[in-house]
Design a protein around this ligand. Structure first.
Ligand SMILES: [Zn+2]
Length: 375
């Protein structure tokens, strides 16, 4: 059975929690801040299990759940009465949420019905109650205001943990009521090691290691999807290749191919992960492809500026060189910005065809000039 000590590569964050636990002053509201997939949710789960445990074990100054008491066993089974995971898809189970489309933001109804309204109920089994709120960056102002009183004056037995990838999205009033624990990126070598343990092989391992930018959770997810035949690495090769050879007249075809690749990955992902809504998976796949394009253009910018080291797409250096050649450093810089803008559009649910076509046409604009000059 897993415990806090098994959390991978987050020694500093765990240390902070341990210190609070050791002196008996555990804050009632935490924000676990860091990128997607660096271990915030795993840590929150194990931390909750320790707070709920009937007989915590302290060894060498490190406190952990016992793994055998009634609380630990029920927690492991996934139905602990004093633990609540609050996430936006719960809207379907709110009073007015039945049949509504999967939400993009965290609906206020979810915060009210699954947290605020329940916070005063006494623990049923354990000394405490723990609420873990996923995707805190998707709490809009109304949801945050609704949560405020609970963060400010929670009952003694209550603990709230907000997971958040983007602290700037939280109101100052929310942040000031919480203790912030930062989760840093995981080293590339630890990530590739983990992927190899999953039996992933070939150039995809090294690429995922670099592309994950410290997010071991994302890398492992890609690894699992790849083993299921999602073709993520193949898609990234095709994307880099199509950017290297981009021509204005070929943009619509390229956009169509990118969309088809996104759908192929989404189809495998849907089967592997039933907890995420279909539209969220589509958005994530589109975002993933755009991220591949953005990192490729960013690599090209580095090469154009003569900074040849540590590029993400080192496995396709030739194609990146080609891209750098026709775009040039300045257009690459603009291209990166356009790519990020496209990623924001994905988050706001803009039509994918529109996003990809618009981006590729904008990127290819310099090729019109070039072909005129040549002709
Ligand atoms: Zn226990």
């Amino acid at each position: 059975m897993m415990g806090l000590r098994d959390v991978f590569c987050q020694e500093r964050a765990i240390d902070m929690l341990q210190k609070a636990y050791a002196c008996g002053r555990v804050p009632h509201a935490y924000i676990f801040a860091g990128a997607d997939g660096v271990g915030r949710f795993t840590t929150a789960l194990q931390w909750a299990r320790l707070l709920l445990c009937h007989k915590p074990v302290v060894a060498g100054g490190f406190a952990d759940s016992c793994g055998v008491c009634e609380s630990c066993r029920i927690f492991e089974g996934g139905a602990h009465p004093d633990f609540a995971h609050v996430y936006k898809e719960l809207r379907e189970y709110t009073k007015d949420g039945k049949g509504k489309a999967a939400p993009v933001e965290m609906p206020i109804d979810v915060i009210r019905e699954f947290l605020v309204d329940k916070i005063t109920a006494r623990p049923a089994l354990s000394p405490r109650r723990v609420f873990v709120v996923s995707e805190g960056e998707k709490l809009n102002n109304a949801s945050q205001n609704c949560l405020l009183k609970s963060l400010e004056e929670p009952p003694d037995f209550c603990h709230i943990i907000l997971l958040c990838t983007r602290l700037e999205r939280l109101l100052p009033t929310t942040k000031s009521r919480c203790q912030i624990v930062r989760f840093g990126p995981v080293a590339v070598e630890r990530i590739t090691q983990k992927l190899q343990e999953m039996a992933l092989a070939g150039p995809a391992v090294e690429f995922f290691g670099r592309f994950a930018a410290g997010s071991i959770g994302r890398a492992c997810r890609w690894g699992r999807l790849e083993l299921d035949g999602a073709g993520i690495y193949e898609a990234k090769n095709a994307i880099v290749q199509s950017l290297a050879q981009l021509r204005y007249g070929g943009c619509l075809d390229a956009a169509e191919r990118w969309i088809a690749m996104g759908k192929q990955i989404a189809a495998v992902w849907e089967k592997a992960d039933e907890g995420i809504s279909k539209s969220d998976i589509n958005r994530r796949c589109q975002g993933l492809l755009l991220e591949m394009a953005v990192t490729a253009i960013n690599d090209a910018m580095k090469l154009a500026l003569g900074a040849a080291d540590d590029i993400v797409h080192a496995d396709q250096r030739g194609a990146i060189q080609q891209l750098a050649g026709w775009m040039g450093a300045e257009a690459c810089g603009e291209g990166v910005a356009m790519g990020y803008e496209a990623m924001r559009w994905v988050e706001s649910s803009v039509n994918e065809k529109l996003i990809f076509e618009h981006l590729l046409l904008k990127l290819a604009e310099p090729t019109i000039m070039a072909s005129r000059a040549a002709g």
